[in-house]
Design a protein around this ligand. Structure first.
Ligand SMILES: [Zn+2]
Length: 263
């Protein structure tokens, strides 16, 4: 079990906790994290704004094809769904949250140098890879006592635990912002990382074609719409704000169930 120090207050709406027993440049990370959070908010707000208009820009249609394998008509039918999801992200990023900072992200009890971050989910992924991930974590539904009206089930928020991030990310705040956006898709939307040995990630430029392969019992676009990396890249590209994507630590490649090894 990893242990983190007490949260450090921030001028913004988030706090940092540093893993105990590792030598980290806390001041530098704090400054980088502030910048990354600011960029992340900008990206999300800009993307929502561009999608909220009556006409959808052509580049957005292209990004929907790349990341969700949706053609123009399919995307337009679901456009409001995307605006709602991005709105949930925006609300989440503007509420208070805690970032747990470590030199190496620990996943399943083991240090994982390949992972940039993780958000512990409060539901168990299915053992059977052919079975869909639950759309609703076990804590997703709460029950409220309305007295005479009885007990009413309602959605609870957020879906998941605190975000863990690798300290080295904050040397490059735009990259950290992208990783955080990916992790927020887990935390606030309950999205997953795909199925199979390597998960469903795009490369560090946001390129690639995901083959949902034999795992899907839905169509590809429905699957991809619920994955963190596809949504994070879509939002980032729509916002058009991620030109500086270099400088991130090497990614030795994806590992199964080992945290988020995006980029
Ligand atoms: Zn992930």
């Amino acid at each position: 079990m990893s242990r983190y120090g007490a949260p450090v207050g921030q001028p913004d709406n988030f706090s940092l906790a540093f893993k105990q027993g590792v030598n980290l440049d806390q001041a530098g990370i704090t400054q980088g994290a502030g910048e990354a959070v600011r960029i992340c908010k900008q990206i999300v707000t800009r993307a929502k704004s561009r999608l909220s208009g009556d006409t959808v820009p052509n580049d957005v249609i292209g990004f929907a094809q790349t990341y969700f394998q949706m053609d123009r008509d399919a995307f337009l039918i679901k456009k409001d769904w995307f605006v709602r999801k991005i709105g949930i992200l925006e609300t989440g990023i503007n509420t208070a949250f805690l970032l747990k900072i470590t030199d190496v992200v620990d996943t399943n009890g083991e240090p994982n140098p390949a992972a940039n971050g993780k958000v512990p989910l409060r539901f168990k992924p299915p053992q059977n890879p052919n079975k869909p991930f639950p759309r609703q974590p076990v804590t997703y539904w709460g029950t409220t006592d309305y007295g005479e009206k009885g007990m009413v089930s309602r959605r609870t928020f957020p879906h998941a635990g605190n975000m863990h991030l690798k300290a080295a990310l904050f040397n490059e705040p735009p990259t950290a912002a992208f990783v955080m956006l990916h992790e927020f898709c887990h935390k606030f939307l309950g999205f997953h990382d795909g199925r199979g040995e390597d998960g469903w990630y795009f490369d560090r430029e946001g390129n690639g074609v995901i083959d949902v392969g034999p795992y899907s019992r839905y169509d590809s676009s429905r699957e991809l719409r619920h994955t963190a990396d596809a949504m994070a890249w879509f939002i980032t590209k729509v916002a058009g704000k991620m030109d500086a994507m270099d400088g991130i630590a090497n990614n030795p490649g994806a590992q199964k169930n080992k945290g988020c090894v995006l980029l």
